[in-house]
Design a binder for this molecule. Structure first.
Ligand code: ZN
Length: 657
């Protein structure tokens, strides 16, 4: 446990709220303390109201903010006296508590205050810090957890038994604090939940948190329960791509919508999933009320699959738009699958969501391993899990959930993705919510985009080995394949048939035709397992219906590809895979067309560059984005009943019409 406080940085903060922001961020930087919106902090201060009166205000972390990146605007100012009066009520329903929090803020556009606001209000210190520290939970989640906590902390902390977060917990904490707090009290441990520290200033409260958690870590180390080494991977490799796609289809069917499934096969996860006692230790309840886990074992992949963890959710959703999805998923879909061959698979409505799940369960594994080493992991009892699940407050928050994008939970693979039409296709698919595997022979594809939804891989498509490796990597990261955009191709310089070399002809065929056959063949078993049916888009060419002189190899390769696509449409219809082709023409914003080449071609036809660009029936310029948007739409619901179609994107061509 590292104390990150720096005097110079702290001195640069202006006032109590800025210091609150500063130490909140310090807590947020340590993922073993808080993770993805978990934990919360507050500061009590006074502010002059409109009538010139000094009014006590509690600034408490608002929902939707992560401590690591919180700003002053992320704290909700709530009238402190009102919160303290609320704490004296005998009972308060969760919806009414939220209503009270929202209607007693002093700033209408502040975020929704943390559900633990009343708890912060009743603690008689200006600064209050709260984390769900792994070390604390590892100790409290054992059979004699309370005794161990008392042994470690003596009279320096107040111990509170587990109660679901909300009004009842705030009241219980107030009671226990009044009864137990003494001159040495610097914190409060909530069993199966986390820890509070408090102090007169930001530094004191923060350093008490660090000191308290460090004592828990030391205790675990003393019992050899801190670093639980993983067993190295010894089993034979599984056929990942197929297993992942089958697993993803099962999970998506259970959820009722497509899901991203991300594999984690590092030693820590494999060795956890292969424990002899995995069935019992993974099937207990959640480590903390942050996580809701309903558990059961399901037969998957036709083998004795591993523990299966269902309905995994954080209730302090760090991203409001995800909240609705989480609720939906909680009803039907598992969030974590533990399999002795695959390791841990994290499940989400988006790659981002799956990454959050993986982070949280990664910490849960640490907690389970440490508690087990300490003498036996014991999670929350089933009744509390049920309570959390049907918690009014959460429901109220979830109702405000965001809108889903059309390709949420779906995976697309785009070839020739580093530039031009391919690159534009990546954009069009990402904005529709898809996770995208982008392949290109150009290494620039690897760093072309950031974000959980993107995987860029350098790949020479004429190498079957390279492609299979890339596909495997894509399946490990996202779990399946729904859409395939066959874009990669070359357009060699003009050459008449009488001078066309066999090697050149074969080179063009290899890239524009043969590689696509191989791709289609290798992707077919995965596209067949797409929850909403597979879609293939072929980026063809105007040269298919209207070939040009000097482009024999190109035109013939694209025409053959076109025929291949038509046969695929016939063969794959029964597998619910649609395949449609686009025929773009004169798309000049690609790597092929430098300003010089463009100017030369325009001169050749006696046109200005602008006239040349718009030399079509509609007198309009066709861009990569135009092609990409149509390619993405071809994968969407508008074209759900279309296969084997060929659509021009060329501004109208009098030789085609
Ligand atoms: Zn908490």
């Amino acid at each position: 446990m590292q104390n990150l406080w720096e005097d110079a940085a702290a001195a640069a903060q202006n006032g109590e709220l800025e210091l609150r922001v500063y130490t909140s961020r310090l807590l947020g930087r340590d993922k073993s303390l808080v993770l993805h919106g978990g934990g919360n902090t507050s500061v009590k201060t006074t502010e002059k109201n409109l009538f010139g009166e000094e009014e006590p205000v509690l600034y408490v972390k608002g929902s939707g903010w992560d401590l690591e990146a919180i700003e002053a605007a992320g704290f909700s100012p709530v009238r402190l006296e009102h919160l303290r009066r609320l704490a004296e009520l005998p009972a308060l329903s969760d919806p009414e508590m939220v209503n009270q929090l929202l209607t007693h803020q002093t700033r209408a556009n502040a975020p929704v205050p943390s559900v633990e606001a009343i708890l912060h209000a009743i603690l008689p210190y200006p600064y209050v810090d709260h984390t769900h520290a792994d070390a604390i939970i590892s100790i409290t989640n054992t059979e004699d957890g309370e005794a161990r906590i008392r042994e470690i902390y003596g009279d320096t902390v107040v111990v509170v038994p587990y109660v679901m977060p909300g009004f009842d917990l705030a009241r219980l904490c107030a009671e226990r604090f009044d009864a137990e707090a003494g001159p040495h009290t610097i914190g409060m441990v909530l069993l199966n939940h986390g820890i509070f520290s408090f102090g007169q200033d930001a530094k004191e409260s923060y350093e008490r948190m660090i000191g308290l958690v460090a004592r828990a870590e030391d205790y675990l180390k003393r019992y050899n329960a801190w670093d639980v080494p993983p067993v190295a991977d010894t089993l034979v490799k599984v056929e990942v791509a197929g297993d992942m796609a089958r697993l993803r289809l099962d999970l998506s069917k259970a959820a009722g919508f497509p899901l991203i499934v991300s594999r984690h096969a590092e030693d820590k996860y494999l060795s956890f999933a292969r424990r002899d006692d995995i069935a019992s230790i993974s099937q207990q309840g959640p480590a903390t009320p942050d996580h809701v886990i309903r558990t059961k074992r399901l037969p998957l992949l036709g083998r004795d699959v591993a523990a299966y963890v269902e309905g995994y959710q954080k209730y302090f959703a760090s991203h409001e738009p995800l909240a609705q999805e989480r609720k939906t998923m909680l009803d039907a879909a598992p969030r974590v699958v533990l399999d002795s061959a695959l390791g841990m698979c994290a499940v989400g409505k988006s790659a981002q969501d799956a990454a959050v799940v993986a982070d949280i369960y990664g910490h849960t594994i640490d907690i389970i391993l440490r508690a087990t080493a300490l003498g036996g992991y014991q999670a929350l009892p089933a009744k509390d899990i049920f309570d959390v699940e049907y918690w009014d407050l959460e429901q109220a928050k979830l109702r405000k959930g965001g809108k889903l994008l059309p390709f949420s939970g779906e995976v697309a693979l785009v070839t020739g993705a580093a530039s031009g039409i391919g690159r534009a296709c990546v954009e069009s698919l990402l904005v529709r919510g898809a996770a995208v595997v982008a392949l290109d022979v150009d290494a620039a594809v690897v760093t072309m985009k950031n974000g959980a939804n993107f995987l860029g891989l350098q790949c020479d498509l004429t190498s079957e080995t390279q492609f299979k490796q890339a596909l495997e990597q894509g399946m490990e990261k996202f779990g399946g394949l729904d859409m395939l955009v066959l874009n990669a191709g070359i357009f060699p310089g003009g050459c008449r048939i009488e001078s066309l070399k066999t090697e050149e002809w074969q080179r063009v065929m290899r890239i524009n035709l043969d590689a696509n056959l191989m791709l289609m063949r290798e992707c077919h078993p995965l596209l067949k397992l797409a929850p909403r049916g597979g879609r293939v888009v072929v980026i063809g060419s105007k040269n298919v219906p209207a070939p040009g002189p000097g482009a024999a190899a190109y035109s013939a390769s694209k025409a053959a590809l076109n025929q291949l696509a038509r046969v695929a449409a016939l063969e794959w219809g029964a597998d619910n895979i649609r395949i449609n082709s686009l025929h773009p023409n004169a798309v000049f914003d690609t790597g092929l067309w430098t300003p010089e080449v463009l100017a030369a071609r325009a001169r050749h036809y006696g046109l200005t560059v602008d006239e040349y660009k718009k030399n079509n029936v509609l007198k309009t310029e066709v861009t990569s984005r135009d092609v990409a948007e149509l390619a993405a739409e071809l994968c969407g619901s508008l074209f759900a009943k279309t296969t084997g179609a060929q659509i021009p994107v060329d501004g109208g061509n009098d030789r085609v019409i």
